[in-house]
Design a protein around this ligand. Sequence first.
Ligand code: HEM
Length: 64
Amino acid sequence: MVGGSKSERPFEVVAAHAAHNADYVRRYVSDPTNFFAGAKMQPHPHYSDEQLDALIAFIIAERP
Ligand code: HEM
């Protein structure tokens, strides 16, 4: 399954991060500029910890 065509990251890549490096995904989704200044993905600082955990659980559940 191909994930984000805009990000050019296959879903498998994001899912592997979610499964093995959830903290990275949490921080990336909250604010991609935590990782690089030129990030195109919009920040989501309004997501609660519970929402981020639920998002990660969903991504892992959909992992091929
Ligand atoms: C629940 C929604 C989302 C999740 C969980 C998510 C997660 C991620 C993660 C983990 C990366 C880093 C991948 C890596 O390091 O290889 C990434 C990159 C990226 N994402 Fe998202 N993303 C989401 C929504 C979006 C949306 C809505 C857009 C654009 C409309 C977007 C655009 C991008 C782009 C362009 C990148 C490449 C790096 C950058 O320029 O920021 N993402 N995403």
